[in-house]
Design a protein around this ligand. Structure first.
Ligand code: ZN
Length: 467
């Protein structure tokens, strides 16, 4: 083992190897504490060439590698197994912003730059990078690409896969593949860039990316709407979309129970509306060119009330108010955690079926487990629900969690009936690896395995994840 570590130090530089005698907790456990592992060591190369040389070394010695960005993933994709034989490849030191080109609306950044730093770099040239997630302060661009991250602006700009123009990827044979570049049009064969996006570190290791930039919104207007039911939310979504066009940036759905959890468990949270409603939507509009976001929002929501499409609403009148409305939505996972045990699902279905899905899933779960409390919330505008289920009020945590398999089977079974996906934006990792085999088209699975065997013949890249 020490011989391996000595050799590694000569490949990537002595300070780039963190040894097992040091505290590796920040790498071997993730912040939510759901996944833990042990590692032989952590390697943090300083250049893409070093990453490629490191992979080639591991390939020649059959050493397994677990690539890691900001360590914020939710499905265990970045966590080593318990063998203490795998090496964590941290990309945190690849921190260069290589180019920002506002004329081409493109920027090239290295894998270890955080999402927040990327957004800020774009803003510094009066441009906008639209990917936005709760963990944006610590998650990295490399991890966002490896997991094809989603978040709250997908209905307007798409997922990470839609935001990447090119990649630099270290391969296990020691080569660097580059599709980097600012071209918007390039029909020269297979789309290798997209192949690596969402591959969860199983095919190669992303070291840099060219990202798309967008016009920077002139401001945002945030509304919080009280609703009768998800059907009313769906009608409201179509109504606002028709009138706002690309200015509609986010449309998030929350049930009353979720809002109650936030009000009970998150210090400083307060109910934005005076009455209580069964469901809520948080809607964000942006202003562009000469269209002011607040004027647009005021006009649309006046029509919303005339048409009877909402029960009540409040519009944020300051940046602070907008931030506290968003905080209500973004604290929901944390609040649910404090309210007891929960069983989580990250699913997507066609947007028009969301109300039917919520109704049917609630009924089926209630038939088998009358006391459990579904808290479906999330990105209604793109059909992605975090269909989370909380334990019975005052019930036993362990007893509830023992029902996980049955509850998962009901939710995921219904997702399949609706032609949906069991992983909308969090990935497969270890959490859904076995489930993937059950739900994915067998021909697609065969092709995925064939691609894996071509790019990683020894199977050293993130083994046990995804496939
Ligand atoms: Zn989400």
């Amino acid at each position: 083992m020490s011989e391996t570590i000595d050799r590694l130090s000569t490949i990537v530089g002595g300070t780039s190897v963190i040894k097992p005698s040091e505290d590796l907790d920040a790498y071997t456990s993730e912040p939510r504490g759901q996944f833990h592992g042990r590692a032989l060591c952590v390697v943090e190369p300083e250049t893409p060439r070093d990453v490629a040389a490191f992979l080639s070394f591991c390939h020649s010695r059959n050493i397994s590698v677990v690539p890691q960005g900001g360590n914020t993933g939710l499905v265990g994709g970045q966590t080593p197994d318990s063998s203490a034989q795998q090496i964590i490849l941290s990309l945190r030191r690849l921190r260069a912003i290589r180019e920002i080109d506002p004329t081409s609306d493109a920027m090239t950044v290295e894998a270890g730059v955080t999402l927040l730093e990327t957004q800020q770099a774009a803003a510094s040239v009066n441009r906008y990078f639209p990917l936005s997630l709760a963990s944006e302060g610590s998650c990295t661009i490399g991890g966002n690409i490896a997991t094809n991250a989603g978040g709250v602006h997908v209905l307007a700009y798409g997922m990470m896969r839609d935001l990447v123009l090119g990649l630099e990827v270290a391969l296990v044979d020691g080569r660097l593949l580059s599709t980097l570049g600012k071209l918007r049009k390039d029909n020269t064969g297979y789309d290798l860039t997209r192949l690596f996006i969402g591959s969860e570190g199983t095919l190669g290791v992303v070291t840099a990316a060219t990202l798309k930039l967008y016009p920077r919104p002139r401001g945002h207007s945030v509304a919080f709407i009280g609703l009768k039911d998800p059907s009313q939310a769906l009608t409201l979504l179509s109504f606002v979309r028709e009138r706002a066009g690309p200015a509609l940036q986010a449309f998030e759905l929350m049930p009353r129970l979720g809002v109650d959890f936030v009000l009970q468990h998150i210090p400083g949270a307060r109910d934005p509306l005076s009455g209580s409603y069964p469901w809520y939507a948080l809607i964000e509009l942006a202003g562009f060119v000469d269209q002011d976001a607040d004027t647009l929002a005021a006009r649309i929501f006046e029509q919303v009330f005339v048409s009877g499409l909402a029960e009540d609403a409040t519009l944020a009148h300051s940046l602070d108010q907008a931030a506290s409305l968003w905080k209500l939505r973004e604290s929901l996972s944390e609040a649910q955690k404090r309210a007891g045990a929960s069983i989580k699902h990250d699913i997507s279905i066609a947007v028009d079926r969301v109300p039917d899905f919520i109704a049917m899933a609630g009924r089926r779960l209630a038939e088998c487990f009358p006391d459990i409390r579904p808290v479906p919330f999330g990105h209604m505008g793109d059909g992605n629900l975090h269909y989370n289920v909380s334990q019975p009020d005052g019930g036993d945590k362990k007893e509830f969690l023992a029902k996980s398999d049955e509850i998962n089977a009901i939710v995921h079974g219904l997702v399949r009936e609706f032609g949906g996906s069991i992983s909308a934006e969090h990935g497969i990792g270890v959490l859904k690896r076995d489930l993937l085999k059950e739900v994915k088209d067998p021909v697609a699975l065969d092709l995925m395995r064939a691609i894996k065997a071509t790019l990683d013949p020894a199977g050293i890249l993130n083994p046990g994840k995804l496939l």
